[in-house]
Design a protein around this ligand. Structure first.
Ligand SMILES: [Zn+2]
Length: 250
């Protein structure tokens, strides 16, 4: 199993991150991608990746940083990309949930980081909230791989994904408790679908209410295998292969 998006760099893991990682590895999670969202969390992701073979890092500035980042922060992200275990840029993107005031700033930060990804030849992990169309219109111009992390849309948006071969989708715990996400998963491209926990957030059914952790990725895989009508092992193999095609783990 590959947890392609988790935040072991979050404060909620500060007391017991080693045990959390051990539980994941003992439970069959072969790879975890710890995803940054600002300067400090990106550095922390890299630090964790240097301690464990199974952990990889992604670095980037979340759209929430659009108001406060400085140009040297982008330079910093660029320099982190040179490290061996940085496998992606992200999570970056557009988030319109909090209102329209800073959309232009978000777009500028987003595009600057896509340009870094292009230069560094890294795939991009997208955070997209209430901004599917604008995001799609930007990413379709690039010959780069992108993943819509924690896919939170329905079949209509999934049809756009199908039209563009560079786009991947990743399912989180939402697939276990939202029917429209399962409906989208039914038509998700089998060779471009990943799974993730987004821990400590979005805990899957039947553990909702608890802190999420990478060992729970099996619940997401189980739901996906049911939606696809495949056995668990096939689904695990397929999503592992997809993760390796999306990111370079070697
Ligand atoms: Zn995340």
């Amino acid at each position: 199993m590959t947890d392609t998006h988790c935040h072991l760099n979050d404060d909620k893991f500060s007391m017991d991150v080693e045990e959390v990682i051990k539980r994941a590895i003992d439970g069959g999670v072969k790879r975890m991608v710890v995803v940054g969202y600002d300067k400090i969390s990106s550095e922390k992701a890299l630090e964790l990746s240097s301690k464990y073979d199974e952990i990889y890092a992604s670095v980037g500035l979340h759209p929430y940083e659009a108001e406060t980042y400085r140009s040297e922060d982008l330079k910093h992200i660029e320099s982190l990309c040179l490290e061996n275990k940085v496998v992606a840029i992200g999570e970056i993107g557009l988030d319109y949930y909090r209102g329209p005031e800073n959309r232009d700033k978000q777009k500028a930060l987003f595009i600057d980081q896509i340009e870094i990804a292009k230069m560094m030849r890294k795939p991009v992990i997208l955070h997209v909230r209430d901004a599917f169309k604008d995001t799609f219109d930007i990413v379709k111009n690039y010959d780069l791989k992108f993943v819509f992390h924690s896919f939170s849309f329905g079949p209509k948006e999934m049809k756009y994904i199908l039209t563009y071969e560079n786009l991947f989708v990743s399912f989180s715990g939402m697939i276990t408790f939202l029917k429209y996400v399962r409906d989208a998963a039914k038509i998700s491209p089998i060779n471009r679908t990943l799974v993730e926990t987004d821990s400590p957030y979005l805990t899957p059914h039947p553990l909702r209410g608890r802190r999420n952790e990478p060992s729970f990725v099996k619940y997401i895989l189980k739901t996906l295998s049911e939606v696809w009508g495949l056995d668990f092992e096939s689904c695990e193999r397929i999503t592992d292969e997809n993760a390796s095609r999306f990111m370079d783990f070697d």
